[in-house]
Design a binder for this molecule. Structure first.
Ligand SMILES: *Cc1c(COP(=O)(O)O)cnc(C)c1O
Length: 343
């Protein structure tokens, strides 16, 4: 059996069908707006979310960083959950790229609510940072794949509008939530000022993210993308993969979510597992019982052909994706059960 790679849903390689779409892409120079495939991808995504415009970028870090930069000025601050990707995993880029501070809130599974945000917004004073932007992550990554429903976002939207603040969604894995709730992209396009989505996570494209917003927002974003070195030329070959992914790989995300749930049912009962966070989508986080440490556990499963990553000294993250088959899930369950004798 091939290596069972549960490190992340970023590890997937293009399928033959996706490669065919990439090879046959029509391309041009996107810095001059002349790559027809990139234009098609951007139009398709904007239409899907009912937003005015979209911008193809090399990574989700870049789409988030550009969004923060467009929404804010220096001496502003961003409000988000302490687990947020923009805080944890983007190299402190909010400070470097935008000169803004960040106010971190706590909340279950990486989620925050309107009351907390309202209490965190600074009054207008010369000596206080200007609270200018709220970022919600959907689904939450470090929060374990939980998601916000539209009803949960509505009071946050109302608050941001009342206080003149922007509302950005880091929707790297938004489609993993949509297949669970049956809510639509358009509902999210309506409620957020800007949205970032990843094509290279569960959707299976090798590279690429999209930033969505109104025309004025995306015009500014395009300039910042260039300034950050993200103006690509014949990148339509990559956009073709993204377009293929959006058209063909969204519905199947439900299988990934179900497989994560199936694994969690087994992991819950293992004698060396302390607790498993409720699986809401394709991310499964569990804590090992003292004194078993993540490194030792990961070393043992690697010997048996399973790759995964630590999410704390004694915490493990598994992520399911399109290359994880039912057969691999059965094999993983078997290996994890066998380890009960060892730990
Ligand atoms: C993966 C991810 C991103 C973007 O990461 P890149 O590796 O830069 O594409 C942004 N937000 C979340 C929540 C993510 O999981």
């Amino acid at each position: 059996m091939n290596l069972i790679n549960l490190i992340s849903d970023t590890v997937t390689k293009p399928t033959p069908e996706m490669l065919t779409a990439m090879f046959s892409a029509e391309v041009g120079d996107d810095v001059f707006n002349e790559d027809p495939t990139i234009n098609q991808l951007q139009d398709f995504a904007a239409e899907l979310f009912g937003m005015e415009a979209a911008l193809f970028c090399p990574s989700g870090t870049m789409t988030n960083q550009i969004a923060i930069a467009v929404h804010t000025s220096r001496l502003d601050e961003v409000i988000c959950h302490e687990y947020s990707h923009i805080y944890q995993y983007e190299t402190g880029g909010y400070a470097y790229n935008s000169g803004v501070g960040i106010k971190l809130l706590q909340g279950e599974n990486g989620k925050i609510n309107a009351e907390q945000i309202a209490a965190a917004i600074n009054p207008t004073q010369d000596w206080l940072a200007n609270s200018q932007l709220v970022v919600l992550e959907n689904t939450t990554n470090k929060g374990g794949g939980d998601y916000y429903t539209i009803d949960e976002i509505k009071p946050i939207r109302k608050l941001c509008s009342e206080r003149g603040m922007g509302l950005h969604m880091d929707g790297a894995r938004i489609f993993n939530a949509l297949v669970e709730t049956n809510e639509t992209e358009r509902e999210f396009g309506e409620i957020f000022d800007s949205i970032s989505i990843c094509l290279s996570k569960g959707l299976g494209a090798p590279v690429g993210s999209l930033l969505l917003g109104n025309k004025d927002f995306i015009r500014k974003a395009r300039r910042l993308r260039k300034a950050m070195g993200g103006g690509m030329r014949q990148a339509g070959y990559l956009a073709a993969a993204g377009l293929f992914a959006l058209k063909n790989n969204v519905k199947r995300l439900k299988d990934d979510n179900n497989r994560a749930r199936e694994l969690s049912a087994t992991i819950q009962n293992l004698n060396y597992v302390e607790s498993v966070r409720t699986v809401k989508s394709n991310i499964l986080i569990f804590d090992l019982k003292h004194p078993l440490m993540a490194d030792e556990f990961l070393g043992k499963i690697k010997e048996k052909g399973i790759n995964a990553s630590p999410f704390g000294p004694s915490t493990i993250r598994f992520v399911t994706h399109m290359e994880i088959t039912d057969e691999m899930i059965q094999e993983t369950k078997k290996i994890l059960k066998e380890l009960e004798e060892l730990f």
